[in-house]
Write a protein that binds this ligand. Structure first.
Ligand SMILES: *Cc1c(COP(=O)(O)O)cnc(C)c1O
Length: 425
């Protein structure tokens, strides 16, 4: 037994499934989760002393690589002054200013403790502002685990074969309408069928929780127009894409302005942080200004703010980070495409910027239904092959490969060589 296997056996008695988040369980790829001890740059080590090149990056936050010295220093300096005050701090003002400066659609922002909380709060704000109850989401998009969003929710939920979670009251799910990603007609139909009742349309502008699925030309623009026509707010869930596809996130790349945006992951640099923000008149419905209640004992935590501010400052002052990670993404996608073509494998390479995905299907992947055609058994074989050769990928078909500024062309070439050896078999 490896030390990871021992720990997993013990953990299963103490923690449901042995893990504190289902996506860590490695169940769908038939492996024991690796228990991690440390990480540095692109490298991650487990309790058995195995070393891997990491392509998860804590599911996105580690855009600068693990343990970036300046980010670490900022967090440690802040910690010396106290871990939490439950009171207002200057760092929160600095963070709010930074987010508002970087993302033009955001005039006011609230910090919370996770992406889930950000989405839950943004939805409440949208409902409070519009006085409407219904929300449209897209099949395969994941927006965290709050009740209303656990309908056709992608990745973790999908991988575990539970389409809708138990414990979610029918009443909660009833106000959640599900549209088809990349299908404007499906959204328009829902808006027409529920006139004056839809508070918001929420979307991952690049879907990265059903594997990576990119929006078709004009899709996000079309959503904006539909929302405007129906008095419905448009919420971009940029928990993954925010500060990753560029400083302005997906909204900057695609030139579409949402009413509200949610952040997580990168904004906290690896600390438990989320944020939601948008138009001033909507954000002013939030307590204590307005009647939409939302609170948090640890929200805007000083150590978390210090880490997040430092990471955002580095990104702001070094636009070449985006040039680098996007070029790595292009190199990886092009390389995989070439291999798949040459080997005659039924697979689709998807993604944009520093997000990539390889689907084991002969169908073009444009939405949840086509994503689900992927052969997850074959993905499992591929995953284990890569793991055995020292590559730590997300243990599910329905997740992204995350690239960081610490990765190099040589890293990508090693991935391609090892992948090619798999397809040669
Ligand atoms: C990760 C994620 C969330 C949830 O964030 P947590 O911090 O895990 O609660 C929400 N939306 C998207 C798009 C995500 O990828």
């Amino acid at each position: 037994m490896t030390r990871s296997e021992e720990l997993f056996e013990k953990a299963k008695h103490l923690i449901p499934g042995g893990v504190n988040s289902p996506v860590r369980a490695f169940g769908s790829v038939g492996e024991c989760p690796r228990f991690i001890t440390k990480a540095q740059g692109t490298q991650i080590w487990d309790v058995d002393g195995n070393q891997y090149t990491d392509y998860v990056g804590s599911w996105g936050p580690m855009i600068l690589g693990h343990n970036h010295p300046a980010v670490l220093e900022a967090a440690m300096e802040a910690a010396k002054n106290g871990l939490s005050f439950g009171a207002a701090t200057e760092a929160e003002v600095t963070m709010a200013q930074l987010v508002c400066d970087l993302v033009p659609s955001i005039q006011m922002v609230r910090m919370v403790n996770s992406g889930t909380e950000a989405v839950m709060s943004a939805i409440r704000a949208a409902r409070g502002f519009t006085g409407r109850d219904k929300i449209i989401k897209f099949a395969g998009c994941y927006h965290g685990h709050c009740d209303a969003m656990l309908v056709k929710a992608g990745s973790g939920v999908m991988t575990n074969g539970v389409p809708d979670s138990a414990g979610v009251p029918g009443g909660c799910a009833a106000d959640t309408l599900t549209a088809v990603y990349n299908d404007l007609g499906s959204v328009e139909q829902l808006l027409l069928d529920n006139p004056g009742q839809v508070a918001a349309v929420i979307i991952e502008p690049v879907a990265a929780n059903m594997g990576v699925v990119t929006p078709k030309e004009g899709f996000l623009q079309g959503l904006r127009q539909l929302c405007d026509r129906h008095g419905t707010l448009l919420i971009f869930d940029e928990v993954i894409t925010g500060f990753r596809l560029g400083l302005q996130g997906a909204q900057g790349v695609f030139g579409v302005t949402p009413d509200l945006t949610t952040f997580g992951k990168i904004v906290g640099a690896g600390m438990p942080v989320g944020a939601y923000g948008g138009r001033r008149e909507i954000m002013e419905t939030i307590s204590p200004v307005g009647r939409v209640y939302q609170a948090g004992t640890l929200s805007g935590n000083p150590v978390a703010m210090a880490a997040g501010i430092c990471q955002l400052n580095i990104l702001q002052n070094h636009p070449e980070v985006y040039t680098h990670i996007n070029a790595l993404g292009d190199r990886l996608r092009k390389g995989l495409q070439e291999i798949v073509g040459r080997r005659g494998t039924a697979a689709q390479v998807t993604g944009t910027g520093s997000l990539a995905c390889l689907f084991f299907t002969d169908k073009a992947v444009v939405d949840y239904e086509t994503a689900k055609t992927s052969d997850t058994g074959r993905f499992g074989d591929y995953f284990r092959h890569m793991l055995n050769h020292g590559f730590y990928f997300a243990p599910s078909q329905f997740e992204a490969i995350f690239l960081s500024n610490a990765h190099t062309d040589a890293d990508i070439d090693r991935v391609l060589e090892t992948a090619d050896a798999f397809f040669a078999k």
